[in-house]
Design a protein around this ligand. Structure first.
Ligand code: PLP
Length: 372
């Protein structure tokens, strides 16, 4: 197999237009020249890994870039989205213990959420089927409904609540953007309850929604934010971004990782971040998003199977009245790669630099498949 731009090439030479990006990971597509050069140069230094015993320049530069371009003062590097959320939950609990003592441990999460498969992240993930075989999970998680301020007020408690964790767009849950006014109300409610606010931007951070961070559109800032999928352009990497206020509670030895932030992955991530963080690149994502929005809007009007179209930038969900898996497999026959987000939602997450021609081509294939 090989990859070229927005195409995956199978062993037999067949070319598949990829609107999955390895589930929102390959933000610069396949074989991007700048990315390949950055990885090659990093390899040629001979330093792939040094462990967390030593600081290396790529890790330090990446942390500086993330701090300069976000609300955060500190960054902890790790290796995946679930691990980033696990770290964020631990940091929040550590801070809360300092503030409110051993009772202040609860996490508030949301219905429809997905935060990963490790024990803490799974406990905050609203998927009973994923949780059931692994009970008992981490205790102390309460679920509330997005948009329901009354439920939120009931769940939050100054003496009990350590943190609230939310995805600004629930991606796995069906590409459901959380309304901006709810995110703002959430910030205020967390402040009143002296609880931390964690944004899980593992899937939608780094340009996916057309702004560098998905939460920018709401004009609110979290205390912690987790990143992973696109961060190192396909190499495994995660990060927890946090404020100094939270970082100050974490003591040496509280948390660590052997691989996190190694020089190879950090060099790759620096190339990805600098490229996506460019204002012209982000503007292009928004322009491409408009193009996709218009085409999907027309498809929704013309096709009874389409119940709703949601999203922005280059993440879109098409809710259907029929199983999403049928559309995904019919599109595969037409050499278009799609992924579902729940049983009835088809998700589009093409590489962020997909040329307009490829976007239009993929949307035309989708239109044909939906027509049946
Ligand atoms: N958080 C969100 C919002 C995700 O979409 C995912 C994966 O889909 C995760 C966390 C877990 O990331 P990983 O699969 O890298 O552990």
């Amino acid at each position: 197999m090989a990859g070229e731009g927005s195409y995956l090439i199978a062993e037999n030479g067949e070319r598949y237009l990829d609107f999955t990006s390895g589930i929102a990971v390959n933000a610069l597509g396949y074989g991007d020249a700048e990315f390949v050069d950055a990885v090659r140069e990093a390899l040629e230094t001979g330093l792939v890994h040094t462990s967390n015993l030593y600081r290396t320049r790529p890790g330090a530069e990446l942390a500086s870039w993330l701090v300069a371009n976000s609300f955060a003062d500190r960054v902890f590097f790790c290796n995946s989205g679930a691990e980033a959320n696990e770290g964020a939950l631990k940091f929040a609990r550590r801070w809360a213990r300092e503030q409110g003592g051993p009772e202040k441990v609860e996490i508030v999460a949301f219905r429809g959420s997905f935060h990963g498969r490790t024990f803490g992240a799974l406990a905050a993930t609203d998927r009973p089927a994923f949780q059931e075989p692994f009970r008992p999970l981490m205790p102390g998680v309460r679920f509330v409904t997005v948009g329901r301020l009354d439920e939120l007020e009931q769940a939050l408690d100054r003496t009990r609540t350590a943190a609230v964790i939310i995805e600004p767009v629930q991606a796995e849950g069906g590409v459901l953007p959380v309304p901006a006014d709810f995110l703002r109300a959430l910030r205020e409610a967390c402040d009143r309850a002296e609880a931390l606010l964690i944004f899980d931007e593992v899937q939608v951070g780094l340009g996916r929604t057309g702004t560098l961070w998905a939460h920018e559109a709401a004009g609110v800032e979290p205390d912690l934010m987790t990143l992973a999928k696109p961060l190192a352009g396909g190499l495994p990497m995660g990060a927890v971004l946090l404020t100094e206020r939270v970082a100050a509670a974490i003591q040496p030895g509280d948390h660590a990782t052997t691989f996190g932030g190694g020089p190879l992955v950090a060099s790759a991530a620096l190339a990805v971040c600098r490229r996506i963080g460019d204002s012209g690149f982000l503007r292009e994502i928004r322009r491409k998003g408009e193009l996709v929005s218009e085409r999907l809007g027309a498809m929704a009007l013309a096709n009874d199977r389409v119940v709703a179209v949601r999203g922005g930038g280059l993440i879109w969900g098409i809710e259907l009245s029929t199983p999403a898996a049928d559309v995904v497999s019919a599109a595969l026959d037409e050499k278009l790669l799609l992924v579902s987000a729940g049983p009835r939602v088809v998700r589009l997450v093409p590489p962020l630099n997909t040329p307009d021609d490829d976007l239009v081509r993929g949307l035309s294939i989708l239109e044909g498949v939906l027509r049946g």
